[in-house]
Design a protein around this ligand. Structure first.
Ligand code: C5P
Length: 412
């Protein structure tokens, strides 16, 4: 690698993206509210899997949760013949396990370590934070047995999102109503250690390569995998931002809770990014935009040896610079992050780009020889008007949080 600048300790406390929350549903009329909880978790950038008790399926069908989560929904201990220890794999996959609504019966079981179905067995097998949101009739909720069991869970470190007061499905009025879905989701995100410092903020990210057609079959492009931009989008969503991801063609799945606008060419990317930029608090321009495109795009495949094709010569014209164009018109308070992928003189080039592209921060990195493109980690410099420093080698997920941490400082 090129010689490094000043080394500065970097915070490694950012929220790790791509969290999976296992949501347990038990047999209670409030089970329909779990659909809203699942949606809110997804909006927060979380991947959700659902496990249900048999009784829960009497209230909401597994198909509903399968459609919402695009994941298989687990019910029986032995339903999955390919995975005879399903409770262990589910437990291991989960960064947190939420049971909402949780009946008095299931509270009693997990308080005493009973494990007679998939949900309770998974609860016993998990080492991740367990969050329980009870819902039941007021008398069941106030019953000494239930209070005692909830107390036991609390002492064991289980997070209890207590039920609220109100009208209950049975006609009684009192405590026992499932807590508000938003409050339950806040508790889960807290247990996951996710900071919500971008709540109410708009973040736009460009990501991936662009492709510039020569004819209907051929095009000019580059090696960008889109991983960094997608990681920033995922992290921003988890931190509470409203996220728009303008993406060139990549083979990555859309991050949860992110609005994805798919484009192909640089000019399409500029049009899509322009639409979102005005409302953006933070713009992260991670796309590897093709610098040039063929002047003409042939409507038919160019054939060698024919009059319509001189395959040795393709006339190129320059593409618009999306970052420089949009950042030139940025308003006060908008933060712009650009990238400099260089084979040589990373820092000097990044410093030059800071000014020419009107960016607040340039993330510089070396490319070539297996570095950066398509890999899962990266070693970069942060270059701003105030300072230049390098960060240690880290995953692109972690880097995404570092970029957002720095952008938040610029927001003030
Ligand atoms: O000039 P260079 O391509 O090295 O600049 C890299 C930075 O500028 C990246 O942030 C990239 O997303 C952005 N860029 C752009 N439009 C272009 C070329 C680069 O937004 N046409």
């Amino acid at each position: 690698m090129a010689e490094k600048g000043r080394t500065q300790a970097v915070s490694m406390t950012g929220s790790a993206p791509c969290k999976t929350v296992l949501v347990g549903v038990t047999g209670c009329i409030a089970a329909y509210k779990t659909c809203e909880i699942v949606r809110l978790l997804q909006k927060a950038g979380v991947r959700v899997k659902v496990v249900m008790t048999e009784h829960a399926t009497e209230f909401v069908g597994p198909t509903t949760f399968r459609a919402l989560t695009h994941e298989t929904v687990a019910v029986g201990l032995f339903d999955d013949p390919s995975d005879p220890i399903h409770h262990v794999s589910l437990a291991q996959e989960a960064d947190a396990f939420l049971i909402a609504p949780c009946t008095a019966n299931v509270i009693a079981k997990i308080a005493n370590g009973l494990a007679d179905d998939l949900l309770t067995t998974t609860a016993l097998a998990t080492t991740s934070p367990l969050i329980v949101a009870p819902a039941m009739n007021v008398n069941m909720y106030e019953n000494g047995a239930t209070r005692y069991n909830i107390g036991k869970l609390h002492i064991r470190g289980v997070r209890i999102v207590e039920a609220g007061d109100g009208y209950l499905a049975c006609g009684d009025v009192g405590r026992g109503r499932l807590a508000e879905p938003a409050d339950i989701v806040s508790a889960v995100l807290e247990e996951l250690g996710v900071r919500r410092d971008l709540s109410g903020r708009h973040v736009m990210i460009t990501a991936g390569p662009t492709i510039e057609p020569i004819d209907p079959v051929r095009y000019i492009t580059n090696h960008s995998s889109g991983k960094t931009g997608y990681a920033v989008a995922r992290a921003a969503a988890l931190r509470g931002a409203d996220v728009t991801l303008v993406s060139g063609p990549v083979s990555l799945p859309a991050p949860e809770g992110v609005r994805v606008v798919r484009v192909r060419t640089a000019r399409e990317m500029l049009a899509a990014a322009s639409e979102s930029f005005a409302a953006t608090d933070i713009g992260v321009f991670a796309a590897a935009v093709a610098d040039m495109r063929p002047k003409e795009t042939a409507s038919r495949k160019l054939k060698k040896g024919t009059a319509d094709a001189d395959l040795g010569t393709i006339e190129l014209v320059e593409n618009p610079d999306i970052l420089a164009t949009l950042a030139a018109g940025k308003r006060d308070g908008q933060v712009v992050v650009g990238f400099a992928a260089e084979t040589d003189d990373v820092v000097a080039n990044a410093q030059k780009k800071l000014a020419t592209k009107h960016a607040d921060l340039i993330v510089g990195n070396e490319v070539g020889e297996g570095r950066a493109f398509g890999t899962d980690d990266n070693e970069v410099w942060f270059v701003s008007a105030e300072e230049t420093y390098d960060l240690p080698l880290m995953s692109k997920d972690r880097l995404a949080d570092e970029i957002l941490d720095r952008a938040v400082q610029f927001l003030g």
